[in-house]
Design a binder for this molecule. Structure first.
Ligand code: NAD
Length: 248
């Protein structure tokens, strides 16, 4: 796909990886719909990018997501691409047993991460695909997974969601190819954003050292991989690992 003049929706775009993607794709001439639950930040983020508009939406709310895509279609007259990037962390152990005391991960802690990182991807992917099919111009959907999709200590909820995201990417590639819609996923390693800044300093330093390159990745390096999926017309249904060679 030639990105120039295409309309691309990016969720979780108020900061971090989503904002870097918005900047990068806009530099290539795309018109960007930045979506985030944090309206003030997304509005400000959109104001710093040419031909962009900010939208407040919680990607877990079905009616709001339906309305969001209708509004973006009305504002930009087309939707050519989607990056499902919004995500949260609520790390914890499945069970914690110490001194005879058992503590369990609550269903709420599990479900809230599934809601944003998996159901949100499903809802936005479904709405974007239905608009792309109706316009009969094809499109590209990129889902942001994670190195944690392999299963990571303390991340039952997050790992399950991020593995599911890759599975949906493959399923959609098969179902949507006849409408000229391609899909792709990125599995970032540890990238320097507000999300990883929440990690304790020791864990942050260890994460950086896990890469043979001995550093965190940059948001721009992930944005570059996203545009590669948009631009390469023979990529579909696959996950690209952008993790500096890290294995967890
Ligand atoms: P971040 O926390 O800096 O930004 C995430 C954005 O998503 C925020 O602006 C937040 O407001 C928004 N958001 C959260 N819940 C939302 C909801 N319900 N609806 C709409 N927007 C919502 O995170 P980031 O580091 O930029 O990560 C972006 C994506 O990349 C996430 O899916 C994350 O899981 C994934 N990822 C990040 C890393 C990393 O090291 N930073 C590694 C692997 C994968």
């Amino acid at each position: 796909m030639d990105i120039n003049n295409k309309v691309i929706v990016i969720t979780g775009a108020a900061r971090g990886l989503g904002y870097a993607m918005a900047e990068h794709l806009a530099e290539k001439g795309a018109k960007i719909a930045l979506v985030d639950i944090d309206f003030d930040s997304v509005d400000h983020a959109a104001s710093t990018i040419t031909d962009a508009k900010g939208y407040a939406c919680n990607v877990t709310n079905e009616a709001d997501v339906e309305q969001l895509f209708q509004q973006i279609k009305a504002d930009f007259s087309r939707i050519d691409g989607l990056v499902n990037n919004a995500g949260i962390l609520k790390d914890g152990l499945l069970i914690k047993y110490k001194d005879g005391e058992m503590r369990k991960m609550s269903l709420e802690q599990f479900q809230s991460v599934i809601d944003v990182n998996l159901s949100g991807v499903f809802l936005c992917g479904r709405e974007a695909a239905s608009h792309m099919v109706q316009s009969d111009k094809g499109g590209v959907i990129v889902n942001i997974s994670s190195i944690s999709r392999a299963g990571n200590f303390g991340q039952t909820n997050y790992s399950a969601a991020k593995a599911g995201v890759v599975a949906m990417t493959t399923a959609w590639a098969q179902e949507l190819a006849r409408f000229n819609i391609r899909t792709g996923a990125i599995a970032p390693g540890f990238i320097a954003t507000e999300m990883t800044a929440q990690m304790p300093q020791k864990a942050y330093d260890q994460a950086a050292q896990m890469s043979p390159l001995k550093r965190m990745g940059t948001p721009q390096e992930i944005a570059q991989a996203v545009s590669f999926i948009f631009e390469n017309d023979f990529i579909s249904g696959r996950v690209i690992e952008v993790d500096g060679g890290t294995r967890i």
